[in-house]
Design a protein around this ligand. Structure first.
Ligand code: ME8
Length: 518
């Protein structure tokens, strides 16, 4: 089966990790885990973006050096990913030699292909976004950053430019021909209309006197490489491309082009325009999909430290302690339609947790294992004759197993979890309707009781295997209670068929998977 390469943005180290970073990283992790479970050879990359004016300023504010800041903050990202059970295969820092040297090679290749030229730049600069802003856009924005509202700064420099405009027609053609390239559709249309308004060449260097914290231009030590060219290149450099004669050469080359660059909507232009044009200029294949998801607000408002609604790494740790990392992962992907904006609220979290996890999957598992324990000494009985009443659960289960690949291909995490919730609800209702506790009172009904409990356990198995990519610990723990650990070497697709749970499996009344929260 084809390999699968998924990336997150590399996060700035000027600030600490928060829910937004966690969201993208969890989504990427779920994709990675899902496709691994399907037998694909997965490469999952994340990391930190450590150069540029933002980092210099943050370090100065904190009375430290950019390097020290990067050294301490990147650890916080790694630590949070460990706490959230993130299964990345690599973590790239843009200050690593393997990256710096390759970025220089990339720019040198661009120069060799006559894709860069020296010119004079005078204009407005958004220091927060590390981006030049055209005169007309600056005026429209009242000379303030469109993102953070801070005043734009006047820059005048001799700089290196990349012939971006030259590649725009090819990019438009590609974006129009391949609907999957930029997703969701609304974002793709936005990019296309903006592209059609015309795009200027991209200034790709900064004067070293103003900004010493960056990678030197290979052909001109008076300049450092623009941080976005540096940062975007990570997706390629982490694959050991281009070759520079070190031990990382071509290490993960087979994964390029990336299958998905997962990003937030704030950085779509860089990924949908600058990055593909650089790749076109280098003659390299384009990523298959750039997917821009929406933004989280917190308790109905834009997240801010002053408002006190900032969901920092500490707040995430507290939520994970109170519930579990799995519950946090579940909520983020379930509560918001991927691609749209959403709001994080503690009340909503608790409500969803109690309804779908504690009363849903958790309750179904404890009811099922309790009854198998009580009526069949903890050994799963073989099912007897099926009755029409059993059809519905099997249908909902088949619908889940039959739709997961398509849903994950489309990155519809919310719909994926909706299908799991539907099977959980249908199975809980099946227990209410078939009333196994009543059947148990009549010895003549024992075969029927066996069928009902077998069906519950089998539905649960399907619920849990599909929950595993989202909730790796709870999924595994639940399967163990069913007496059915994931069989080695079997793929999620093979395991999605009904009836694989063997009669005689030893179930256990384990700890509540999702204890109810008051
Ligand atoms: O932009 N809701 O890094 P960054 C959802 N270094 N996602 C959010 C969010 C929110 N409220 N806030 C942030 C950079 N994000 C560059 C990227 S890539 C070559 C360079 C997520 O630390 C979202 O994924 O500002 C967004 O794209 C990313 O954090 C920005 O992280």
């Amino acid at each position: 089966m084809k390999s699968f390469y998924v990336t997150t943005p590399i996060y700035y180290v000027n600030d600490v990790p928060h829910i937004g970073h966690s969201y993208t990283t969890i989504a990427a992790d779920v994709l990675g885990r899902f496709w691994r479970a399907c037998g694909r050879d997965v490469r999952f990359l994340t990391g930190t973006d450590e150069h540029g004016i933002k980092i210099v300023k943050a370090a100065a504010e904190k009375q430290t050096t950019p390097r020290e800041l990067a050294d301490s903050v990147h650890v916080q990202f790694k630590e949070l990913w460990r706490q959230l059970d993130i299964s990345n295969d690599d973590f790239i820092r843009t200050t690593e030699p393997r990256h710096e040297k390759r970025v220089q090679r990339i720019v040198a290749d661009m120069a060799a292909r006559d894709e860069v030229y020296k010119g004079k730049y005078e204009g407005w600069y958004d220091e927060g976004q590390e981006e030049y802003v055209t005169e007309s856009a600056a005026r429209e924005q009242e000379f303030k950053s469109a993102i953070n509202g801070r005043p734009l700064v006047r820059y005048s420099e001799e700089n290196w430019f990349f012939r971006l405009a030259k590649w725009v027609p090819a990019l438009i053609k590609h974006t129009e021909a391949d609907p999957r390239f930029i997703q969701p559709d609304a974002r793709r249309n936005e990019v296309l209309s903006k592209l059609k308004l015309g795009v200027e060449d991209l200034c790709i260097s900064r004067n070293v006197a103003k900004l010493p914290w960056g990678i030197a231009m290979p052909n001109d030590p008076q300049h450092v490489i623009y941080v976005w060219v540096d940062a975007l290149s990570n997706y390629l450099t982490a694959c050991g491309l281009p070759e520079i004669g070190d031990e990382f050469d071509r290490r993960a080359e087979k994964y390029w082009p990336a299958d998905v660059h997962l990003i937030g909507k704030d950085i779509l232009w860089f990924h949908a325009v600058y990055w593909p044009c650089i790749l076109l200029a280098l003659g390299r294949p384009l990523p298959r999909c750039v997917y821009a998801h929406g933004w989280w607000t917190s308790e109905g408002k834009k997240m801010s430290k002053t408002l006190g609604n900032f969901i920092s790494r500490e707040v995430i740790a507290e939520i994970c302690d109170q519930y579990s990392p799995d519950a946090f992962r579940y909520f983020l992907l379930r509560a918001m339609t991927f691609g749209q904006d959403g709001d994080f609220s503690r009340d909503m979290f608790k409500q969803r947790y109690n309804v779908e996890l504690a009363n849903g999957v958790g309750n179904l598992l404890s009811r099922t294992t309790n009854m198998v324990d009580k009526y069949f000494d903890g050994l799963l009985p073989a099912p007897g004759e099926a009755e029409p009443r059993d059809d519905h659960v099997r249908k909902v289960a088949a619908d889940l197993a039959g739709s997961v690949v398509g849903l994950m291909e489309a990155l519809e995490f919310h719909a994926y979890l909706e299908k799991i919730a539907a099977l959980t609800a249908a199975t809980n209702k099946y227990i209410d309707d078939t009333a196994p506790f009543k059947l148990a009172k009549d010895p003549a009904q024992k075969p029927r009781l066996a069928t009902v409990l077998y069906n519950c356990a089998e539905a649960l198995r399907l619920i849990l295997i599909h929950l595993c990519p989202v909730m790796p610990s709870a999924g595994r723990a639940g399967l163990e209670q069913l007496g059915w650990p994931w069989p080695q070497g079997k793929t999620l697709i093979e395991l999605g068929n009904w009836g694989l749970l063997p009669a005689g499996a030893k179930t256990t009344k384990g700890q509540a998977l999702f204890p109810r929260k008051e």
